[in-house]
Write a protein that binds this ligand. Structure first.
Ligand code: AMP
Ligand code: MG
Length: 346
C-alpha cells in the first residue's frame, strides 16, 4: 500500500479534505493531536476499526478512544451524559482529557473491545479537529505506532512505523504535550486509569476527589483484573534496556553514574536522559538533556522522542525518576512502563 503524506500546514485544505474522504470510505489516516499522533478510522464502522488493530499489531482486547469535534457529539456515543462529564468537558475540552462512560448502541464492539463503556475525547489540535469535521464521523484512534513501541510525537516517528501500512499521514510537526491523554472513568467513583496532561489536581478542582488506579505506577499483580485493558500490555519500549534511578536528584544522578560506569566497563553503549538540574553530574558521559525536573511537562514533551532517538543505538538508557505529582505522574507512568519497571533505589 502506498502511504500518502501531506504537510498539514502547506497542504491544509487538500490534506484534511482528502484524508476525511479516506476515513469515510473505511481507510486509515495518521494525524497530529496535541498529545501524540493518532491512527484514525471511522469510529462507527467496525470493519474500518479492525484495520487499525491489524496495522498496529494491537491486541484486540485493548479498546480505542473515539475522537469528536464538538462536545454535543458525546450524546450519541454514551447512553447519557453524567453531570461530572458536563463539568469536565466545559473545563478541559478541547484538550488532553479522555472520559469513559456507558456506551450507546451506536458504538461498534470493535471500538470498545466488547466492553459496555466507551472512551471519548475532543482534541484541541486544529488539524485533528479539521479532520474529524471533514470525515463527518467520530474517529477511533489509538497512538500511531507499532504496538509496544514508544508513541509517535513527530511525523517522522509515524513514517518509521506505519509507512506502507496505512493510507495517509498528515504531518503537523511535533506534538505539544508529548504523552497520551489522561484517561478518566466516570463509571463508579471517578478514577484515573492513565495519567496525562490534565492532572489529578486539575480534575479535583472541578469535580472533587478523584482516585488514581493503583496500576498506574506498578505492574499488575498476578490474577489482578486490569481496570483498563491497556494496563496489561508491554508499552513504550525502545529497542534497548531502560533503567530508572529513584531518589532525590543527587541520589538518582549518583546511582546513574555508578551503573553507567559498570555497564560501560562491560562494553555496553550507554546514554543518560539527564535534566537541567543534573547536567553537571554527567560530565564526560553520553548525556541527552531532555528537560527540567521542576517542569515535568517539559520532560513529558521529550520522553518518547528521546526513547526513539536512542532506540537500537545504545544498549541501555538511564533515566531519573521524578516526584509522581502533577504532570510528574504521567511522566513516571510512561517511564516505568518503558523500563518494564526496572528501578534502582540504591
Ligand atoms: P491508546 O489508544 O494507545 O491511546 O490507548 C487508549 C487507552 O485507553 C488504553 O490504555 C485503553 O485500555 C484505555 N481505554 C479505552 N477505552 C476504555 C474503556 N472503555 N475502559 C477502560 N479503558 C479504556
Ligand atoms: Mg498507544
Amino acid at each position: 500500500m502506498k502511504t500518502e503524506i501531506f504537510n498539514a500546514k502547506t497542504q491544509k485544505e487538500n490534506g484534511t479534505q482528502y484524508a476525511g474522504r479516506v476515513i469515510r470510505s473505511g481507510g486509515l489516516v495518521a494525524f497530529p493531536t496535541e498529545t501524540v499522533y493518532g491512527l484514525g478510522a471511522n469510529g462507527l464502522d467496525g470493519e474500518a476499526v479492525k484495520r487499525i488493530f491489524e496495522a498496529k499489531g494491537r491486541p484486540s482486547d485493548n479498546p480505542l478512544i473515539l475522537h469528536v469535534a464538538k462536545k454535543s457529539d458525546v450524546k450519541e456515543l454514551w447512553n447519557h451524559v453524567p453531570d461530572d462529564a458536563k463539568r469536565l468537558m466545559d473545563a478541559f475540552w478541547p484538550g488532553p482529557l479522555t472520559l469513559i462512560f456507558v456506551k450507546s448502541d451506536k458504538v461498534p464492539d470493535e471500538v470498545t473491545a466488547g466492553l459496555d463503556t466507551v472512551a471519548v475525547r475532543m482534541p484541541e489540535h486544529k488539524t485533528a479537529l479539521a479532520l474529524i469535521r471533514a470525515a463527518g464521523v467520530p474517529i477511533a484512534a489509538p497512538s500511531a505506532n507499532i504496538s509496544g513501541r514508544p508513541s509517535p510525537t513527530e511525523a517522522e516517528h509515524v513514517i518509521a512505523d506505519m509507512d506502507g501500512r496505512i493510507d495517509v499521514i498528515l504531518d503537523g510537526g511535533p506534538c505539544r504535550v508529548g504523552v497520551e491523554s489522561t484517561v478518566l472513568t466516570l463509571v463508579g467513583r471517578p478514577t484515573i486509569l492513565r495519567p496525562g496532561g490534565i492532572t489529578r489536581e486539575m480534575l479535583e478542582q472541578v469535580i472533587g476527589p478523584v482516585e488514581v488506579s493503583p496500576a498506574v505506577l506498578r505492574p499488575l499483580k498476578e490474577g489482578e483484573v486490569a481496570e483498563s485493558p491497556g494496563m496489561k500490555h508491554r508499552h513504550y519500549a525502545p529497542d534497548c534496556r531502560v533503567v530508572v534511578a529513584e531518589g532525590s536528584w543527587r541520589k538518582a544522578a549518583s546511582i546513574i553514574c555508578r551503573e553507567y560506569e559498570i555497564a560501560e566497563a562491560m562494553g555496553e553503549r550507554c546514554i543518560v536522559l539527564g535534566t537541567e538540574q543534573t547536567r553537571s553530574c554527567y560530565h564526560g558521559m553520553n548525556c541527552d538533556i531532555i528537560g527540567d525536573r521542576e517542569t515535568p511537562s517539559s520532560l513529558c514533551a521529550e520522553l518518547f522522542s528521546a526513547l526513539r532517538r536512542w532506540s537500537g543505538k545504545v544498549d541501555v538508557i538511564f533515566a531519573e525518576a521524578i516526584p509522581a505529582k502533577d504532570q510528574g505522574l504521567a511522566y513516571m507512568n510512561r517511564l516505568l512502563r518503558a523500563s518494564g519497571f526496572t528501578v534502582l533505589t540504591d
